[in-house]
Design a protein around this ligand. Structure first.
Ligand code: DC
Length: 276
């Protein structure tokens, strides 16, 4: 793995692009519970850094949706494992964010309904489903080598040697409030108390399952998003990426490339080295 050597801020000042050697892989993982703003943050960080974006929760949701469509009980481990072997879950990378396809058909917002949200916990705690998803996610990363990937186990299991590992957190009441607002914007009425109970139940399931539980990865940078605006969250994450990857922000692409060339012979960090 080759770390990036410089960041380039475009002349408009809006985007920052990681300048990475053509052969390099660069992975930023973002894990954390639901309602921390992970998906939006990961997508915006990826755009800012010129990386691709992988939403792994969408993959588990697609499996849960397909189980419901076929009348399979999400808790029937054997049947769901068989289903996941049969269907093809992949992304159309020409879309931004990449669009999830099941057997070639876009699933769209159908993976975000309350029914799917309820069914997905059982699907995600199925060890055979998880094993299949881990294989798919690593294959995706082999083809899309500069990636911000978000989920629950990305920095702890799937990409334990990622260049940068981040854990996003927020207080449960804040997460519940955000979720209620999100549902309201889709015309779904619910109460904060009800959503809070669901969030706490899901947290318990996500963190207590045997395979790939929600944990803060070793040495990850933790950012609590409870009291900060999303723009500031992105700024902090960009700062973390720069610090962790040991890269400088420079003002021109030429300077970035020169910095990359200068450090090309520098010994690389051992990916297994324990980080502070
Ligand atoms: O982030 P989300 O709400 O879209 O995730 C949907 C479900 O999938 C949620 O129950 C957690 C689970 N999940 C997981 O177990 N591992 C991942 N890498 C991503 C999501």
């Amino acid at each position: 793995m080759i770390a990036p050597e410089a960041l380039f801020r475009s002349s408009a000042g809006a985007d920052i692009v990681l300048v990475v050697a053509a052969t390099a892989s660069f992975i930023v993982t973002i894990d954390g519970p639901a309602g921390t703003g992970k998906s939006t943050v990961a997508h915006r960080l990826a755009k800012r850094l010129g990386l691709e974006f992988l939403d792994t929760g969408a993959m588990y949701r697609a499996a849960a949706l397909e189980a419901l469509v076929r009348g399979i009980d999400p808790a029937d481990g054997e049947a769901v494992a068989q289903l996941v072997r049969e269907i093809e879950i992949r992304f159309d990378w020409r879309r931004d964010p990449p669009e999830l396809l099941v057997d070639g058909r876009a699933v769209g917002e159908r993976i975000r309904t309350p029914q799917v949200t309820t069914a997905v916990s059982a699907v995600a705690s199925n060890p055979r489903v998880r094993a299949a998803m881990v294989v798919s996610q690593r294959k995706i990363a082999a083809a899309h080598r500069r990636l911000v990937t978000e989920g629950r186990d990305q920095g702890s299991v799937v990409f334990a040697d990622a260049d940068v590992r981040i854990y996003l957190d927020a207080r449960p009441e804040i997460r519940a409030r955000r979720r209620v607002e999100q549902l309201r914007s889709k015309g779904i009425e619910t109460t904060e108390a009800e959503v809070l109970a669901q969030i706490l139940a899901r947290d318990r399931m996500d963190s207590s399952r045997r395979d790939g539980p929600l944990v803060c990865p070793d040495g990850a940078d933790v950012v609590d998003t409870s009291d900060i605006h999303i723009d500031e969250v992105i700024d902090r994450l960009e700062e973390i990426v720069r610090r962790r990857a040991g890269v400088a922000l420079v003002e021109s692409r030429d300077a970035a490339q020169a910095a990359t060339a200068r450090t090309a012979e520098r010994p690389r960090r051992d990916p297994n080295e324990k980080r502070a």
